[in-house]
Design a protein around this ligand. Structure first.
Ligand code: PMP
Length: 422
């Protein structure tokens, strides 16, 4: 952590990784936006639960009772973490993608959906059919609000849903969630917030933002084991066909008739991911207890990172809004004359730095951003920071980029299966 802020420790902060020259080095994981490292306290909580691992909702034995209590307790932690209404459903899913697909399947017949082109594919693609309307990338937050208002005004009568992102996974920029939710409400639309990138970095409060649904992923929230959640209004969810058909979601099964439970279990058929859910809840508690330090830590590192990147010749940062618009610790960029894939490969092989390159599962958004930045790279490099990041990682990245841009890589690389390899 930075000297001034005490933030929850991550497991693996002492990891060393091999370099192409045969040395090893402390791993600089600058890819928190893809998956964040697990918190040490989460690792401990998982360790403590594993000996008790048993079926949930199904067994009479003591270990089953323990696991059921852990699982149901986690629902309440999640409810608190996203500031949900008392009546909201908290449904455990595999991740954000799963949560948004669940909601898409649960929409009442004839629901109009309005979604920005700039969404991550998880929020862009689950909605299909003639009543889906796409909004082109706005140039300002105010334009986003006006564009959503106009698109909703043109929707036919009937239920409406507006899809909103909390923070972009390409630029980290925050979207004006409360304002978007307000115009949606005025137009009689519900809102779903893709909080995959926002929730690890800022408190999300459903009641304050006045959104209807929130989707999150545990693996971006410092918890492993494939758990996520959809939290939101129960009525559509209780009226919908179960997301999965199977054990746990049924009330009665007869030869010719099945009646399904209402409530979260309706969409959670099959043995659930107790360990993942426990890990997710533990991570949520840790973040909730440390928000001010978490935010301050990341803001200090982000300032340092962006100042450093400005010193790299030919570097173009991708921005949808103004450069000083508020963002979480995600920065994507290209460097004139440099192949983004080669830069990412050399950062890993020669400097022990993990970043991501490509279009970040947001092809429309990233292509649009590249063209706005005047870049012809076709792809970008993404650096994303979080609780596992130190000033040394940031400084190492900036130094490495400056060296790579000035001198080129120390090793020769060739493309193997589409990846640059030394
Ligand atoms: N939305 C955003 C903004 C994301 O960054 C991601 C993950 N990259 C997702 C949705 C999908 O999350 P998951 O892969 O965990 O389903």
């Amino acid at each position: 952590s930075t000297a001034d802020h005490r933030v929850p420790a991550v497991a693996g902060s002492a990891l060393r990784v091999p370099l192409v020259n045969g040395d090893s080095i402390g791993y600089a994981n600058l890819d928190h936006g893809a998956s964040a490292p697990c918190l040490s306290s989460v690792q401990k909580a998982v360790d403590e639960l594993l000996p008790w691992y048993a079926s949930v909702h199904r067994g009479a034995g003591f270990a089953s009772q323990v696991c059921t209590r852990v699982y149901e307790g986690a629902r309440e932690v999640l409810r608190e973490f996203v500031g949900a209404r008392r009546t909201d459903s908290v449904i455990f899913t595999r991740n954000t993608t799963d949560a948004l697909n669940l909601l898409a399947k649960a929409l009442p017949r004839g629901t109009s959906v309005v979604v920005f082109d700039t969404e991550h594919h998880a929020a862009l693609l689950p909605w299909t059919g003639p009543r889906v309307r796409r909004i082109a990338a706005p140039a300002t937050p105010a334009e986003a609000v006006t564009a959503l208002d106009a698109a909703l005004a043109e929707c036919p009568e009937g239920p409406r849903l507006a899809v909103i992102t909390g923070a972009s996974n390409v630029t980290g920029e925050l979207w004006p969630v409360a304002e978007l939710a307000r115009v949606a409400r005025r137009r009689g639309a519900r809102t779903v917030l893709d909080a995959a990138q926002l929730a690890p970095h800022r408190p999300v409060r459903i009641t304050e933002l006045d959104v209807d649904y929130v989707a999150i992923s545990g693996h971006k929230l410092y918890a492993p084991f494939g758990a996520g959640a959809l939290v939101g209004r129960a009525d559509w969810l209780n009226a919908a066909e179960p997301y999965l058909a199977g054990g746990g979601a049924t009330r009665q099964v007869h030869e010719r008739a099945v009646s399904w439970t209402s409530g979260a279990e309706r969409h959670e058929a099959g043995s659930p991911n107790t360990v993942g859910v426990h890990a997710l809840a533990k991570a949520c508690e840790e973040l909730s207890a440390n928000w001010s330090d978490v935010v301050a830590h990341e803001e200090a590192l982000l300032r340092r990172l962006r100042a450093g990147l400005r010193e790299v010749p030919g570097l173009r940062e991708l921005c949808l809004f103004e450069a000083d618009h508020e963002r979480v610790g995600v920065v994507s960029f290209t460097v004139d004359g440099q192949d983004p894939g080669l830069l990412a490969a050399a950062l890993s092989a020669e400097h022990g730095i993990g970043v991501r390159d490509g279009l970040f599962c947001a092809h429309l958004a990233t292509r649009g951003l590249l063209s706005r930045a005047g870049s012809d790279s076709g792809r970008a490099v993404r650096v994303s920071i979080g609780l596992g990041t130190t000033t040394e990682h940031v400084d190492r990245l900036v130094r490495a980029l400056r060296k790579l841009v000035a001198e080129g890589p120390d090793w020769r690389y060739e493309q193997v299966d589409g990846r640059w390899t030394p």
